[in-house]
Design a protein around this ligand. Sequence first.
Ligand SMILES: [Fe+2]
Ligand SMILES: [Fe+2]
Length: 155
Amino acid sequence: MGSAVREFTGIHTMIRGLVHLMDTSLSKARPGNSDQMRVVAELALFAVAGTRFHHQGEDTQYWPAVIANGADAAAFDSLSAEHHELDPLLDNMDRASKSLKAEPTDSRAFEALRQDFGPYRDHVLEHLNNEEPIFFPLLDKFGSTDTSVGALTSP
Ligand SMILES: [Fe+2]
Ligand SMILES: [Fe+2]
């Protein structure tokens, strides 16, 4: 396994960990406990921002870089489609998280976030599982031989 694959494996592991942490938090937090609600809302906002950042990096930097080095662009079609499918789920979580942050004692805001989290969780975990067998071998074969992911797109 090359170093770029190791770095992506670590990032994916962190995303999976964050999703599981949110799952536990949402199942154990008590509506009406405003301190817990603020933490849950911040966690959800971090998950939204982190997922968007990760996907934008893949769409605009890493996938174009390995395609430029010879990878088949069509290999990424299904993964790009999954990124786009996730966008509205992220928008829903973003909206619900901001509502809960603004009104941490509103139990309906918490319930809305719980409802919106489920589809996000299922989609992102399935996407990671789908992505790794496609992207990682291409990253190994067509990624830079430099030791850091950041060097992948270097001229
Ligand atoms: Fe992805
Ligand atoms: Fe990824």
